[in-house]
Design a protein around this ligand. Structure first.
Ligand SMILES: Cc1cc2nc3c(=O)[nH]c(=O)nc-3n(C[C@H](O)[C@H](O)[C@H](O)COP(=O)(O)O)c2cc1C
Length: 185
């Protein structure tokens, strides 16, 4: 049994990136499962809050899910050609306190996907994640890329990924990533 945590970087109900993860949960190979999560309830990082109150409950819940997963699939939106603040903020919280960070992130298999209504499908946001993943010591999978451009034409109003070519691409991506996750055990 392989468990992958799918983390969406969007809080939108109609998010293309969350929809992509929901589609991925139906396309995972064999006995792999995708635990789809969002960043709802995660506050803005504030070092004073951390020092006085500690790690917020919503962060602890996500840290536990992260720790329980064999691999992590990040579905990133792109804002102004970079990582949306909401998503970076969530990962920043997960990296606290520093004493827990290595155990949570170090060597953890990770892959990036993303969807946007534009023509480049989050290529710059995905690139912008790479130094962050390196800093955290994660083990990125580079065997495939999935940038869903013109997301409104491949994901319908109900959030279903209807486009057969994109479904096939996503399925192949997941096959490769899950094999990578399994091979690292
Ligand atoms: C502040 C802001 C900046 C954006 N910048 C980009 C961008 O640089 N590239 C892009 O492809 N889309 C950009 N978009 C459009 C997003 O891709 C679009 O809102 C997308 O639906 C967000 O992902 P979601 O559907 O998962 O919420 C931007 C949107 C916002 C709100």
């Amino acid at each position: 049994m392989t468990t992958v945590l799918g983390l969406s970087g969007s809080l939108r109900k109609g998010s293309f990136n969350t929809a992509l993860l929901r589609a991925a949960s139906e396309l995972l190979p064999g006995d792999a499962t995708l635990d789809v999560r969002t960043l709802h309830g995660i506050p803005l990082y504030d070092g004073d809050v951390e020092a006085s109150v500690g790690i917020p409950a919503a962060v602890t819940v996500l840290k536990e899910a992260f720790a329980a997963a064999d691999g992590v699939l990040l579905s990133t939106p792109e804002y102004n050609n970079g990582i949306p603040g909401v998503f970076k903020n969530g990962i920043d919280w997960l990296s606290r306190p520093p004493a827990d960070s290595a155990q949570l992130f170090s060597g953890k298999p990770v892959a990036l996907i993303g969807a946007s209504p534009g023509g480049f499908g989050t290529i710059l946001a995905q690139n912008a994640w790479l130094p962050v993943l390196r800093t955290l010591g994660m083990r990125p999978w580079f065997g495939g890329r999935l940038m869903v451009a013109r997301a409104g034409s491949v994901i319908d109003g109900a959030g279903a990924l209807k486009d057969p070519a994109t479904r096939k691409h996503l399925q192949e991506f997941l096959d490769g990533f899950v094999e990578f996750v399994r091979s690292g055990r």
